[in-house]
Design a protein around this ligand. Structure first.
Ligand SMILES: Cc1cc2nc3c(=O)[nH]c(=O)nc-3n(C[C@H](O)[C@H](O)[C@H](O)COP(=O)(O)OP(=O)(O)OC[C@H]3O[C@@H](n4cnc5c(N)ncnc54)[C@H](O)[C@@H]3O)c2cc1C
Length: 358
């Protein structure tokens, strides 16, 4: 007998399923395509918003809780599965800006270590940066994970724990009786459970439309490119305005990302590639000699102010929603999954769920 059905095999679905399983529930996860192939695969894996003080406290509450949880989670997954999600504390070097008093006050109030770096020291920290890069702010504690590996580790962990994963199975609707959910319909027949979680990322809105709610979640395309550099070419995640570079352990450098409102079109464009290459070279001129080996796109579940919806459906008992994490779904995922699991298990949680209700 299934207790919970989770719809969506992205990070939010997998982590929610794992926490529900840990709470003793029998969980089935249903994924339309392959597990972990959409936004969660495409993301950069930075465990912080790019400019944290530009986000509301509701986002920060989830970010902060998750930042404490991530190292233990990656270690646990590595112990369980042998697959390393590569959590690296690279630090976030934000170039071309000064820490004004409002920023330092924010950092103090939010327990976020922040260092102001003079122009000469910025280039000492990252010798490959363009010479005229100027002053910077360093957030030394910001870490990153390697999304595809993390996804493999999570999938393996769920299988080991007995969570049933049904890939290539699309949920087409909900079975509702007397104001309560009783299961879902899929291309493969019905599945029954008293609790259903919609963690379907950018596709959550259309899935829920027939249940009488208009979810404020829309797809926002992000394109990235990847350079095959030598390990250590750059050490930090480097941000310049809204453009960033992420160095992986094996030398790959990710450059991203675009923010495009193109509906459900996930194709990549030559124009975005050219723009990302130019911005990368302007920041780190040595990348001119490094081949671009890959380009991809993902659809973020965009929401107003980036505040996710973590709530029960207002009219249908047992139907829950965990989506709308926009640009920060990787970093916020553990907290978001925990908050929803606590709610479903009627336990007290680490923060008030009020800001995340519909
Ligand atoms: C280019 C890019 C860079 C990013 N960088 C970062 C970053 O550095 N740090 C960060 O924190 N966040 C980042 N993000 C954001 C983050 O990736 C997303 O917020 C997060 O992955 C969303 O996860 P999700 O599980 O909600 O969605 P997804 O990973 O998209 O998963 C949703 C899943 O639901 C499935 N699904 C949909 N409808 C159905 C259905 N009817 N039946 C069954 N299955 C269904 C889909 O196939 C999909 O697999 C980035 C995103 C992009 C695109």
């Amino acid at each position: 007998m299934t207790d919970c059905i989770v719809i969506g095999g992205g990070l939010l679905g997998l982590l929610t399923a794992r926490m529900l399983n840990a709470a003793g529930a029998h969980v089935v996860l249903v994924e339309r395509g392959g597990i972990f192939r959409e936004a969660s695969w495409a993301g950069g894996g930075i465990l912080s918003p790019l400019v944290p003080w530009q986000y509301p406290d509701a986002v920060h509450a989830l970010v902060h809780w998750s930042q404490q949880a991530w190292p233990g989670l990656v270690e646990e997954l590595r112990d369980e599965t042998g697959i390393d999600g590569e959590l690296v504390r690279s630090g976030l070097l934000m170039t071309g800006i000064d820490a004004d008093p409002a920023v330092t006050n924010w950092a103090q109030a939010h327990d976020c270590r922040l260092q102001s770096i003079g122009a000469a020291d910025t280039v000492k920290l990252e010798p490959q940066l363009a010479e005229n890069i100027g002053t910077a702010i360093l957030l030394p504690d910001v870490a990153q994970v390697r999304n595809p590996r993390l996804g493999r580790a999570l999938q393996e962990s769920l299988l080991q724990r007995g969570v049933s994963l049904r890939a290539q199975t699309e949920v087409t609707g909900f079975i509702i009786r007397h104001g309560a959910v009783q299961g879902v319909t899929t291309g493969d027949g019905e599945l029954l459970a008293a609790q259903v979680v919609v963690a379907s990322g950018a596709w959550s809105g259309p899935l829920l439309r027939d249940t009488g709610i208009d979810l404020p979640v829309t797809p926002v395309r992000g394109q990235m490119i990847q350079f095959q550099a030598r390990p250590g070419l750059i050490q930090h995640i480097v941000l310049h305005r809204d453009f960033y570079l992420i160095p992986r352990n094996d030398g790959l450098v990710l450059a991203g990302s675009t923010l495009e409102h193109t509906g459900y079109d996930k194709s990549v464009t030559a124009q975005a590639r050219e723009q990302l290459v130019q911005r990368a070279l302007a920041l780190v001129p040595a990348l001119a000699d490094v081949p671009v080996v890959r380009q991809w796109a993902g659809l973020r579940p965009g929401s107003p102010d980036g505040v996710p919806i973590i709530d029960e459906h207002p009219q249908i008992r047992g139907l829950y929603i965990n989506t709308g994490h926009f640009r920060n779904g990787v970093v916020m995922a553990p907290a978001s999954a925990q908050l929803l699991t606590d709610r479903m298990q009627q336990r007290e949680s680490f923060t008030d769920s009020g800001p995340y209700t519909l």
